[in-house]
Design a protein around this ligand. Sequence first.
Ligand SMILES: [Zn+2]
Length: 282
Amino acid sequence: MRRLKNSIPALFIFLLIQSLLSAGNSLKNQDLIKQLYRDSDYLKKRAMISHTFEHTTPGHWGEFVKGVDEDLVTRNKIVAFTFDACGGPHGSGYDQALIELLRREKVPATLFVTGKWIDKNLKSFLQLSRDTLFEIENHGFNHQPCSIDGESAYGIKGTPDVPDAFDEIEANEIKINILTGRRPLFYRSATAFIDEAGVRIAQRLGVTVVSFDVLSGDAVPGTPAHEIEKNVLEGVRPGAIIIMHFNRPEWNSCEALEKIIPALRMWGYTFARLKDFPLKRK
Ligand SMILES: [Zn+2]
């Protein structure tokens, strides 16, 4: 009975994806957004958010603004590995060695993915989403930092206004929900930069914005594995959220992780996904 119950959503999702594709509907970002702009529920929600935040000022811009969650609430030696997949011309790879390492070591992890990255890695994405070791969460539709006035971070232009900030969060929520049958609980803005208005928009959509505690530095070009290892091991503490990437196999993330996992285990740490614990809010 249990098996049957579990198999129904998977079958339903499979059929839904098949029917969408056979009807000529693509779930690729450029096509999905056109479909959403014809969907009355989506447009109603978009208009409601635009109206609600019409006169809102952006507030602070940063990685740790008010309302963003960081830290698992625990005094025990538990940490959460989070891995982003950003997408785009240089960011659409898949670090299979890293994922295999997590599987081999049975290390649960949270994977933040963008719609753009899914478009280039659909098969791998669906496999990851079926693996209970991993939790799939939202890293934005187009990997634009979530801003209501076009702020930038690390040279990446953010969303220019409220309706676009809404699309960046909500369209990827819907995309992941269609593909996996589960609506993401957490959103990490591209680059982790977000303004306070963006945080409130996400909250209104029922999504919790997550930043990080420990910056591994794997995304800084040329960072050697021992540097990433040092950053993580020096920054770690009970409840910490560690940020790394799994979309750039040419980076040293996997090599560093091979050292980080046994070191943390030796210190008595175990690993959790974000959904496994309450989170502490700023
Ligand atoms: Zn990213």
